[in-house]
Design a binder for this molecule. Structure first.
Ligand SMILES: [Mn+2]
Length: 320
């Protein structure tokens, strides 16, 4: 019996959620030999339905990623505020009586919400995942006690977070998913496939801290940095608050291979609390995310448009 799991790619919580569901499938759903296939999903600029041909398993699940009305989607679990993007999605979900679709936008992590849902409804034993679930909450909920912990990356879970956000090897992404639900986090972080890739990442992380230090400016509570000239594609989103503890919000321009990205966030350790809903703000420009953090991805054809949108967002956030 074959399971297809769609999951939020390059994400600690998405990977943990995928691993948990695969585990549940093997233990509780599979009849006969179990086969699991994974598909990493990414938030794109357009509110498009999930392509039906991705749902090709005997059982199809989507975790930590948006809803689909496709009848071939059998299981779903998400906590993104922007989970319902296509007209009719939310009504379709509310009308569902299967007991296999779970949504809670207040959940800090999809992994813990999914595990708790499966434990409550199906009596599934999740005690062995306690450490993983605690870290999924900390990582995805940005519940780090300090910016220093989030930037200095001494904890194994934070090294794994850094690794998965940067990994582009599909086979390793899947090995990682399976490892997360089978091995202690310290063991995985020490394994060669993670440790070898992590060394240059940590070196680049150090350089990113320096780029951010040089190019970011704090004005009226908003830290802005255009990292496109440095060719930075991804960086640890807490660096900006490590350098600007007074910032309420941050707006960072990044350059991916095929898209520009505007990353918008709020300080998890604010001196003045957040008042804006960042997911809603990003949705206006075709992006999405959570109330506290979101992103917009734009085509690389028009750099002026990216800078204009970023300017509008900065001005909006500066108004308090
Ligand atoms: Mn998540």
């Amino acid at each position: 019996m074959r399971l297809r799991v769609l999951y939020h790619g390059n994400c600690f919580d998405g990977s943990a959620s995928a691993g948990l569901f695969a585990c549940f499938f093997r233990e509780r759903l599979a009849q006969g030999p179990a086969e699991v296939a994974y598909t990493a999903m990414q938030h794109k600029g357009e509110a498009q339905p999930i392509a039906g041909d991705l749902l090709d398993g005997d059982v199809n699940a989507c975790v930590d990623f948006r809803y689909s009305q496709d009848p071939r989607l059998h299981w779903w679990c998400d906590h993104h505020v922007s989970a319902f993007q296509v007209p009719g999605d939310e009504a379709h979900f509310r009308a569902d009586t299967s007991g296999r679709k779970f949504y809670d936008p207040r959940a800090k992590s999809c992994a813990k919400f999914l595990a708790n849902s499966l434990a409550e409804r199906f009596g599934w034993d999740i005690a062995r995942f306690a450490d993983l679930l605690q870290w999924a909450e900390i990582v995805d909920g940005a519940l780090f006690p300090s910016a220093a912990m989030a930037v200095e990356l001494r904890e194994p879970a934070l090294q794994l977070m850094t690794w998965v956000e940067n990994n582009r090897d599909r086979a390793l992404a899947e090995r990682f998913i399976e490892d997360l639900v089978a091995r202690p986090l310290g063991d995985i972080a020490a394994d060669a496939y993670v440790a070898n890739a992590l060394a240059p990442l940590l070196e680049r992380h150090g350089k990113n801290i320096e780029s951010m230090r040089r190019l970011s400016r704090l004005e009226n509570g908003v830290a802005f940095a255009n990292l496109i000239p440095e060719g930075v594609a991804t960086l640890n989103k807490f660096i900006v608050y490590y350098l600007h503890p007074e910032a309420r919000y941050s707006v960072t321009l990044l350059e991916h291979k095929e898209r520009y990205k505007i990353s918008v966030g709020s300080n998890p350790w604010p001196k003045t609390p957040r008042t804006h809903d960042i997911a809603k703000l990003c949705e206006r420009y075709g992006g999405g995310g959570h109330p506290a953090v979101g992103a917009i991805s734009l085509p690389k054809t028009d750099r002026a448009a990216v800078e204009r949108v970023a300017g509008e967002i900065v001005a909006y956030l500066q108004k308090g």
